[in-house]
Write a protein that binds this ligand. Structure first.
Ligand SMILES: [Fe+2]
Ligand SMILES: [Fe+2]
Length: 453
């Protein structure tokens, strides 16, 4: 039996998230619509659904006024005497009480529980149907491994049906260069038998952690930490926060701090981070940590112990804050002006507008998150609700968010110019942009640190 679910979610990226989740968890065929009217049209055509999931009040957008989506749908269900269960996301009141509600601050697990309940099904019913026989994993997940934890296949797409060919045997060793050879052929994914998925995930975790911890030159360590930065943020986004990725995030963030503390010459580290073979997001996050480490003693934010704990916070913020942006183009949009110039399509725009808030919500589900990290993530573009960019900067956000904003802008300039000698112009730009005293102070400290060099 294939479940048919109608999803009405005006926000494209949230819709996408729920859509992917319903497909993955329940093997459901999901019709994802943005407006109530489209949905009602389908229901009027007598199209059958096992379940309807709607977001209530739509976000106000240019081409769509705020409307009670749930009420429109529920009225249609009532008028047509349909038996279809309804789940409403967000606040909702209606006299016809046949619906379940899930909070606006959507937790996917909560939604999944309601879906099972609404359909009178058990979790076990789906464990087997949701995965195909071969599960794809990005080749980059193998970067920190050296021994194949299970049999690994590549897919040959054929008209008569896909073929899977075994390329790595269980226990076989390989190098990163071997992996690059597959990627040079245009492959992005390896495939694993669904029964061996656990085996693979365990291997991924234990080998990656072990290899990360093994002694390396600083240059090697920076590259490896870059791989684990990319892998662990990818894992979080595709699987949610699980034991596997928590251990990897922790190790990644800790590696960055240790490398910074251990390297006595910042110049060497800085040069390595100019290497554009490494992911942009990683390089910038790393540079934010590096700069923060240099600046913190000057900030008079407490004893050395307190500085260590602030450094821990900043490295976590650095890891999470832009996790939902991948494209370098989007990562570089840091104010209203550059947002306007960028000419984004609606999906990209939505991603940029909401990335800070979404990342803060994600971080809140992370176990033992240092206090205040989610707030700084939310405010890392200067707005207190984490949506969009401010018209003018204000000092009414957390001092550490202000610190983060200026430091990130500075390191973004460094990466942009790809030239470590351009400090004079960068400082001129920063001074011009940040006139409020609380921001200005950070610029002054940055100046004092780099002029000394
Ligand atoms: Fe950022
Ligand atoms: Fe950001």
């Amino acid at each position: 039996m294939e479940l048919k679910i109608l999803l009405v979610e005006p926000n494209e990226s949230v819709g996408d998230l729920i859509y992917q989740n319903l497909m993955r968890e329940f093997g459901a065929k999901v019709t994802n619509l943005k407006s109530a009217h489209q949905a009602i049209e389908l229901l009027n055509k007598a199209e059958y659904f096992d379940l309807i999931v709607v977001r209530n009040n739509s976000l106000e957008t240019v081409d769509q006024p705020v409307e009670q989506i749930a009420a429109l749908i529920l009225n249609t269900i009532y008028d047509k005497s349909l038996k279809t269960p309804l789940i409403v996301i967000g606040e909702f009141e209606h006299t016809f009480k046949k619906y379940a509600m899930v909070s606006d601050r959507l937790r996917i697990e909560e939604l999944n529980r309601l879906v099972l309940k609404a359909l009178n099904l058990k979790k076990e019913d789906f464990i087997h149907m949701k995965l195909p026989d071969y599960v794809p994993f990005p080749i980059k997940y193998f970067y920190l491994m050296t021994i194949s934890p299970c049999d690994v296949y590549i897919r040959l797409v054929k008209k008569s049906g896909d073929d899977y060919v075994k390329r790595l045997h269980f226990g076989e060793s390989f190098t990163k260069d071997d992996l690059h050879k597959y990627e040079d052929l245009g492959l992005t994914d390896f495939f694993i038998l669904k029964e061996e998925r656990e085996l693979f995930m365990n291997g991924l975790l234990t080998q990656s952690l072990k290899n990360l911890r093994a002694p390396h030159t600083i240059d090697e360590a920076v590259v490896m930490t870059g791989d684990s930065f990319v892998i662990s943020s990818d894992l979080i986004k595709s699987l949610g926060i699980s034991t596997t990725c928590v251990a990897m995030v922790e190790q990644t963030v800790q590696q960055i701090r240790t490398q910074i503390i251990k390297s006595d010459k910042l110049g060497g580290l800085l040069k390595k981070l100019m290497d554009d073979q490494l992911s942009y997001s990683y390089r910038r996050s790393y540079l934010i940590c590096l700069m923060s480490y240099t600046l913190l003693p000057k900030m008079e934010w407490g004893s050395q112990d307190q500085q260590i704990s602030i450094m821990e916070k900043i490295s976590m913020v650095s890891f999470f804050h832009d996790i939902y942006l991948e494209d370098e183009k989007l990562l570089k949009i840091m104010d209203l002006e550059s947002l306007k110039k960028a000419q984004l399509n609606s999906r990209e725009r939505d991603a940029v507008m909401n990335h800070a808030n979404k990342a803060a919500l994600l971080a809140q589900t992370y176990p033992r998150l240092p206090q205040g990290v989610d707030l700084i993530i939310k405010q890392h573009h200067g707005v207190s609700n984490g949506v969009g960019f401010p018209d003018v900067l204000t000092s009414s956000i957390s001092p550490m968010a202000i610190f983060f904003i200026v430091v990130e802008d500075f390191v973004t300039c460094i990466l942009d110019h790809n030239d470590l000698d351009n400090f004079v112009n960068i400082l001129k730009y920063l001074k011009q942009k940040y006139q409020l005293p609380s921001y200005r102070k950070i610029v002054a400290e940055i100046e004092s640190v780099i002029i000394k060099k």
